[in-house]
Design a protein around this ligand. Structure first.
Ligand SMILES: NC(=O)c1ccc[n+]([C@@H]2O[C@H](COP(=O)([O-])OP(=O)(O)OC[C@H]3O[C@@H](n4cnc5c(N)ncnc54)[C@H](OP(=O)(O)O)[C@@H]3O)[C@@H](O)[C@H]2O)c1
Length: 226
């Protein structure tokens, strides 16, 4: 399986990249980012790209892939709706439309989050924008598209958030994760499970297009190399 990964430098993307590189069924990973991960691995190739609304210049590199794991995203904290929509909707749809045209046999997996608003009409700005993004992706002619809606994600294996505030939060919360896991296991997942679930869904498909946190954890139960 040939994978394209957006957001590989981020917390979710680092976790997904790790699982991809460990999976013998993943032949190659092409990371597209505004910077590089700096990781050295024979399976990994990195493209540095600056304009996430236009992928024309790198189209030739994006053709012929089997799965795209789209983990690029920002926190809406302190952002206007227009700015948040630009990164969340415009960037994602520019990539998704390009890939749907180049790779009709591709499975596209997008990371949104628990509480995403499919009606696009609720009170929460981020949830409306993520909902609009999911809905637009689901209309594209991919082989299949799946929306991942994780709840709280515990970073494992040295994975770190790009967001300073979250990084500090995870350090403080680290000793609490085992306890939180006992009481809130249905709302919690890990970077490892998200990565394994993406690989399992890309390989075997899944019964639902919108995967809530419990569905992600269930999908992660399928051994990545099965
Ligand atoms: N973390 C959680 O607990 C959690 C829970 C539920 C859902 N999610 C969702 O998962 C997605 C990823 O979150 P994360 O925690 O991995 O975030 P993160 O650690 O902040 O990483 C964000 C990623 O997006 C890229 N990115 C951000 N702004 C960009 C821009 N303007 N142009 C190009 N690339 C940009 C970053 O690249 P750079 O390295 O170049 O900045 C990085 O690769 C988000 O959509 C988030 O809403 C996260």
């Amino acid at each position: 399986m040939k994978v394209i990964l957006f957001g590989a430098t981020g917390m979710v993307g680092q976790g997904v990249l790790r699982e991809c590189l460990l999976d013998p069924q993943v032949e190659s990973v092409l990371s597209v980012g505004r910077g590089v991960t700096g990781q050295q691995n024979p399976k990994l190739r990195e493209i540095v790209h600056q304009d996430f609304t236009d992928f024309t210049a790198i189209e030739a590199e994006l053709a012929g892939c089997d799965a795209c794991f789209f983990c690029l995203g920002v926190s809406s904290a302190g952002m206007s709706e227009a700015d948040y929509r630009h990164v969340t909707y415009d960037f994602t749809l520019a990539a998704a439309r390009t890939l749907a045209r180049l790779d009709p046999g591709l499975t596209f997996i997008y990371v949104s989050g628990t509480g995403t608003d499919s009606t696009e009409r609720g009170r929460s700005m981020w949830a409306r924008v993520k909902g609009a993004t999911e809905n637009a992706i689901l209309k594209l002619p991919f082989k299949a598209a799946y929306m991942f809606r994780p709840g709280i994600i515990q970073p494992l294996h040295g994975v770190k958030s790009r967001t300073k505030l979250y990084r500090a939060g995870y350090v403080v919360a680290a000793p609490l994760f085992p306890i939180l896991n006992i009481f809130f296991s249905k709302s919690m997942t890990t970077t490892e499970k998200v990565g394994r679930a993406m690989l399992a869904i890309a390989k075997h498909g899944g019964p639902v297009r919108l995967l809530e946190n419990r569905d992600i954890n269930a999908a992660a139960g399928v051994p990545a190399s099965a």
